[in-house]
Ligand binder design. Sequence first.
Ligand code: AQP
Length: 337
Amino acid sequence: MSDEKKVIFSGIQPSGELTIGNYFGALKNWVKLQDEYDCYYCVVDLHAITVRQEPKDLRRRTLELLATYIAAGIDPEKNTMFIQSHVSAHAEAQWILNCFTYVGELSRMTQFKDKSKKYEGNDVGVGAGLLNYPVLMAADILLYQADLVPVGKDQTQHLEITRNIAERFNTLYSPTFKIPEGYIPEKGAKIMSLQEPTKKMSKSSDNPNSFILIMDPPDVIRKKISRAITDSIGVVKYSDEQPGVKNLMNILSITTGMAVEEIEKKYDGQGYAQFKKDVAEALVNELEPIQTKVKELVNDKTYLEEILKKGEQKASYVANKTLSKMMKKVGFIPKFK
Ligand code: AQP
């Protein structure tokens, strides 16, 4: 019975086209975990508007993101997939949790510091949504009483603050939320930029050569990998002194299943040319079937909308149960029926 299974919540923002960072850090693991857990996989569009989005692009990407979830192997029959803005409990719970979160702890978040640096001084400016992002993420997770949250390493801090907010609320009132654990993959937890390999690969980067998109055509993948920054050492070695090579080795290891020691042995004395070619081919092999499926699915809007309708109903039911508890505990008078 799915009711007895532990619960997973995770989501991706439709803030840009998905990169292989989103794929290896999140999506691929969601697929692995779907049989064992009762999973809620959300398209987190409320998060996406923490920075400016073109409305028509946001709409298109939201459906494409759902198509990508399915194409990557997430079974719509087994999992609850929905759009965050369709379940209003997320925004309502966030407001309540905002009142149990300190500005100090939010302004210390690395993502806030990085993103506010990027937007400071331009015509958009740093919106309050960017500061409050982790509170919305806490609401997302806590509403479903999630046991586990599979995310990339960059989200560790946000998970920690979620746990803190939940514990604070539970202590002030009485146990209301399950305290969730993170699930950070062993491999692929942090895919780095191909141009600045000490920084995380990010879908909203201004430099397209820094990332590989799930939907990049094979030739573009080959070109981007051949241009990936390595070093002048010329040895395929898994070392922090060679962050570019290390990143490519990680990618090859996840896509082929080869251990990094095997990769070192295989390319011993060969330089980087063949190694890079093989990384590109491994990626093409991994992504091509997904790309074909996404292209098919985005044309079947009726099918996607059916999944979203079903997802919204199930998610709303579960989320509203927790929201009602929260409202009662803080002292709101229940709605009159
Ligand atoms: N480079 C990465 N390596 C491993 N995992 C990653 N994730 C993101 N980048 C990497 C994981 O993908 C999931 C969804 O991320 P998100 O879209 O909600 O936001 P993000 O973490 O801020 O991702 P991006 O690509 O950097 O988006 P933008 O540029 O819009 O901020 C998360 O589980 C994340 O860990």
